[in-house]
Design a protein around this ligand. Structure first.
Ligand SMILES: Cc1cc2nc3c(=O)[nH]c(=O)nc-3n(C[C@H](O)[C@H](O)[C@H](O)COP(=O)(O)OP(=O)(O)OC[C@H]3O[C@@H](n4cnc5c(N)ncnc54)[C@H](O)[C@@H]3O)c2cc1C
Length: 533
């Protein structure tokens, strides 16, 4: 097969102001067959314009940006899409309020702008507004209270400047204790003297965002290969290992982008990272009185540091997060320590009528922030402080490393990288991801599409639901107490590049934060993975 046939390109000229890909568009499907063809073309074809290493949000974003500018692109990931930090985030698409607190106005502005692009154009189906309650107690909180009010005014100015409509993110306002408790019923009546309610954005699922970006990149012609580890990078070439058949092969590429997050220094020892672990605990939302808003409480003895209780869609609340400096090699799956769990519980509990204990914790997860150390050579970077700002390093020989940043700003990070590669203009502010757009129901007279599918698949929910037409049993939840439906597993295998049970349960459908739920789901996931793969 010719390389051109194996790596199709989508026409770059796009007459519509916003580029939508139709639900289930075959060019976006990540199937086992396509993986084999892509693998073949990588090994035998002519050189790539861009090889992207790392299938987290940063790498997927770079692949989409580069492919949509007409470049010949492949993304390789050693495990699965979103198998690193990008699936362990707090799932906030935030406007940078916390950066304002530390005076990082530039970082906050970039966040506010990217929040507007993501929630307005790129991924509105995966993003929703989230009210957050910031309670106040007595006098010792006074400095924090003033800081918060000042920060909120500035955040609202950034929101307006970024053109996020007030209808989506209303202006922050004070609440009396009764109003605060109505939103977060578990708040302590004795402690809360007042509160502010603040609006920001929340992602339905960070791993689904990564998969959607990768599929959209495939729609614009990028090859997406998981289970493909880069063993070494040099100018113009990389050595890859295919974890499926164990073979090793070389790939030539004019540009190689190291987007391996907290592991970036393993491929390039000139990269300096300051890894820091952030952990969350998982509790049942009913334990917090089924809150209608997030709860944000200050960390005692700090200014501008908070612990968040973030309600999720299906009865779970994530509470975090810690900030623990790490030394030594970064594990592939970091875990929360008991000390971190206790610290989170001890920080939030004084604000609750009934404090949380270890018995309330039904799961936990941790990720490592790929924070970039300050660059020693400012001329070779586009960001330069030890903050959540990203750093793009052009090695001058075709290798580019991108570190730091955050989920919220992935699109801008990708733009900064690809601007170093081509003069063609960036288009991603106008590219909607697969799943954005109105829900398409191929069988409107059949049973209604469950809301869970609409929240997680957007416009493609009908395509996913239709997989149960011939096999109605796939429409049922896969286990008692688990919201995942069989059609999601089938779609994960047929369209989203899932290659095994871990891909299905930990990245595509995610009963994972609760080990007991994941265990109950495993048998069914195994059956689907075996029959569909
Ligand atoms: C606890 C926590 C909470 C956070 N919360 C938020 C939040 O709410 N909002 C927000 O905007 N940001 C948040 N962030 C930041 C955000 O999650 C990260 O900045 C972002 O996910 C990093 O993505 P990445 O693609 O750079 O890294 P990763 O997602 O880690 O991706 C790197 C990938 O590279 C792969 N890889 C590594 N080595 C190789 C190799 N040799 N060959 C091939 N592949 C390789 C890995 O397997 C991995 O999949 C949070 C971060 C943490 C840690």
């Amino acid at each position: 097969m010719s390389r051109r046939a194996a790596l199709p390109r989508r026409p770059v000229a796009d007459s519509s102001p916003i580029g939508y890909l139709p639900p289930g568009d075959p060019t976006t499907l990540l199937t086992r067959d396509r993986r084999e063809r892509w693998r073949d073309s990588l090994e035998r074809g002519r050189p790539l314009d861009v090889l992207v290493v790392g299938g987290g949000i940063t790498g997927a974003g770079v692949a989409l940006d580069a492919a949509s500018r007409g470049l010949r692109v492949a993304l390789v990931e050693r495990d699965d899409l979103a198998s690193g930090t990008s699936r362990w985030s707090s799932k906030l698409v935030h406007g940078g309020l916390r950066y304002l607190a530390s005076g990082q106005v530039g970082v906050a502005w970039e966040s506010a702008r990217e929040r507007a692009v993501l929630s307005g154009v790129v991924a509105p189906h995966l993003i929703r507004a989230l009210p957050q309650v910031l309670p106040f107690s007595d006098a010792p909180d006074e400095p924090n209270r003033r800081l918060v009010r000042g920060g909120l005014t500035a955040a609202d100015v950034l929101r307006a400047a970024a053109r996020t409509p007030r209808g989506m993110l209303p202006r922050a306002r004070p609440l009396d204790p009764a109003e605060a408790i109505a939103l977060v019923p578990s708040l302590s009546v004795d402690r809360v003297r007042g509160a502010m309610v603040v609006w920001d954005c929340q992602l339905e699922d960070d791993a689904r965002l990564v998969v959607s970006v990768a599929r959209t990149a495939a729609g614009y012609g990028a090859a997406i290969l998981t289970r493909t580890e880069v063993l070494s990078i040099a100018a113009g070439e990389a050595v890859l290992r295919d974890a499926i058949d164990g073979s090793t092969y070389g790939v030539r590429a004019t540009h190689i982008v190291n987007a391996t997050g907290a592991w970036a220094d393993e491929l390039d020892d000139s990269v300096q990272l300051v890894p820091s672990r952030g952990s969350h605990v998982v509790v049942r939302s009913e334990r917090l009185g089924d809150p209608q808003a997030a709860l944000t409480v200050p960390v005692p003895g700090t200014t501008g540091r908070y612990v968040f209780a973030l309600p999720q869609s299906e009865g779970l609340t994530f509470i975090g997060l810690t900030d623990v400096a790490m030394t030594g090699p970064v594990p592939r799956v970091p875990t929360a320590t008991q000390e971190e769990v206790d610290w989170i519980l001890a920080t939030i509990s004084p604000w609750l009528a009934e404090g949380l204990t270890r018995d309330d914790v039904i799961g936990s997860f941790a990720g490592v922030r790929p924070l970039a150390a300050p660059a020693d050579d400012a001329s070779s970077t586009t960001g330069a402080d030890l903050s959540r700002r990203h750093v793009v390093r052009d090695h001058g020989d075709g290798r580019i490393t991108v570190t730091g940043g955050k989920l919220t700003t992935y699109r801008r990070m990708a733009q900064d990288v690809v601007d170093l590669i081509t003069d063609a203009p960036c288009r991603t502010t106008h590219i909607a991801l697969v799943g954005a757009g109105p829900v398409h129901d191929p069988a409107p007279s059949g049973p209604p599409i469950p809301q869970r599918l609409v929240r997680r698949y957007g416009a493609e929910a009908g395509v996913v639901w239709a997989l149960g037409e011939l096999h109605p049993q796939l429409r049922a939840p896969i286990a008692d107490g688990v919201a995942v439906r069989g059609v999601e597993l089938a779609f994960g295998v047929q369209a989203e590049g899932a290659l095994d049970v871990a891909d299905l349960l930990q990245r595509r459908t995610r009963p994972w934060p609760v080990p007991a739920d994941a265990a109950r789901a495993a048998a069914q996931a195994e059956a689907v993975a075996t029959s569909c793969c």
